[in-house]
Design a binder for this molecule. Structure first.
Ligand code: PLP
Length: 411
């Protein structure tokens, strides 16, 4: 009997700077650095380099790294029970659902594990609502160009990004895409088959696109006039990121259904579909499910994050820091008009529309030990943790300036 040759063992975690392991599917173009631990707004690599983290795991680490209250919530739950199953009641999940309902428009919550799943769940909720209302023909959603709702087959179809759809067969049917911010186009796209409108209050991946202030209100009115559900994707904008607990609050409206994830777990994977009781009326036993959704560990951390973000004064501080940051960035734009075209965003979801390629600027930031995130439309996102300190904002702006000086002089 032939024995297969022993595979090389790799008991040590990969050090920074040796290139990514070929054992991981290369679906991401990764920066060649491995992070080992984090403290607040700082994240430290295996080589001991300290980076100022203005990526926050793409708007995930809402309270920074290793927040003592989150560490305590997770470890306390870890000593008791990791997983039981949604075949039984889950105490922490019930608590998180009730807390979310208390502070939002929602009356019911479904838990899942990611933003894409939350969007999928929201789409299914909207379709089922019309189905059980005797209108099964209403199953399509009006969605928007430049949107990002995740990487599942339905969510890539809902956003219509050609790069994300290529090679994956016919896009899932049921989505009618119109330009973001174009009310007339949204209205014209509505047919007797439309179930609702799904939209991000601010497009994150799409380039930190802030719509006109009346936009969400107009979409709400349009849904009300046409008997449609308004489905908001607050996966990136939610949990305080824009300075309100959820971005739609600033528009003075509420949705019928909302997808939440990213910041909700502060770094632990969790997603949620929030809905009014009416909008969720089709989601009865057997219609939807998730093995891990709302698992005790995720829910315990979610409770701790929500508690921190809704503490009196927390969101005021986010708005204050946003204001200070935008002032600092406006001054930076004056100093580097050949680099920054525009500063945009809402709260601590900030985008720099750049003149040189955003990828080059992002790399220069890495060289200055500052983490940022790219977005479409040549935008560099700055997503500090929501509890960022003013001196850390100043330090980030300082590092941005140094990164800009690394760029080749404009022709
Ligand atoms: C990140 C994101 C998603 C997808 O979340 P995943 O957890 O990666 O599936 C969906 N919608 C928006 C607005 C996002 O920013």
């Amino acid at each position: 009997m032939s024995v297969p040759p022993a595979k090389p063992t790799n008991s040590q975690p990969a050090p920074s700077g040796t290139g990514p392991s070929p054992a991981v599917m290369p679906t991401y173009g990764r920066v060649d650095v491995v992070f080992e631990r984090g403290e607040g707004t700082w994240i430290i690599s295996t080589t001991g380099d300290r980076y100022l983290d203005f990526a926050s795991g793409v708007a995930v680490n809402a309270l920074g790294h290793a927040h003592p209250k989150l560490v305590a919530a997770l470890t306390e739950q870890a000593h008791k029970l990791w997983h039981s199953s949604n075949l039984y009641r889950v105490a922490a999940q019930e608590k998180l659902a009730e807390s979310l309902c208390k502070v939002t428009f929602a009356e019911q919550v479904f838990f899942c594990n990611s933003g894409a799943e939350a969007c999928e769940g929201a789409i299914k909720t909207a379709r089922r609502y019309h189905y059980v209302s005797g209108r099964p023909e209403r199953w399509r959603l009006v969605t928007f160009k430049g949107a990002f709702h995740g990487r599942t087959l339905a969510t890539i179809a809902s956003a219509g990004n050609a790069k994300h759809l290529e090679g994956f067969g016919h896009p899932a049917d049921g989505f009618d895409l119109v330009p973001f911010g174009d009310l007339a186009a949204a209205e014209q796209a509505i047919t007797s088959e439309t179930a609702g409108i799904m939209v991000e209050p601010v497009q994150g991946e799409g380039g930190v696109n802030v719509p006109p202030p009346s936009w969400l209100k107009a979409l709400r009115d349009l849904c009300d006039r046409s008997g449609l559900l308004l489905v908001l994707d607050e996966v990136q904008t939610g949990m305080g990121r824009t300075g309100a607990l959820f971005a739609h609050e600033a528009a003075g409206i509420t949705p019928d259904v909302m997808a939440v994830a990213k910041g909700l777990g502060g770094g632990f994977p969790i997603g949620a579909v929030l809905a009014t009781k009416e909008a969720a009326k089709g989601m009865v036993p057997g219609t939807h499910g998730s093995t891990f959704g709302g698992n005790p560990l995720a829910a315990a951390v979610g409770c701790a994050v929500l508690e921190a973000v809704t503490e009196p004064g927390f969101l005021d501080q986010v708005r204050n820091m946003s204001l200070r940051f935008k002032q600092m960035l406006a001054a930076l734009k004056d100093e580097f008009p050949h680099v920054i075209e525009d500063v945009r965003g809402s709260g601590l979801l900030v985008g720099l529309k750049l003149k040189p390629p955003a990828g080059d600027v992002g790399n220069a930031c890495i060289a200055e030990k500052l983490l940022t995130v790219g977005a479409a439309d040549n935008v560099l996102r700055l997503l500090p943790p929501l509890n960022v300190k003013e001196e850390e904002l100043a330090e980030a702006v300082h590092r941005l300036g140094r990164a800009f000086r690394r760029l080749p002089a404009p022709a």
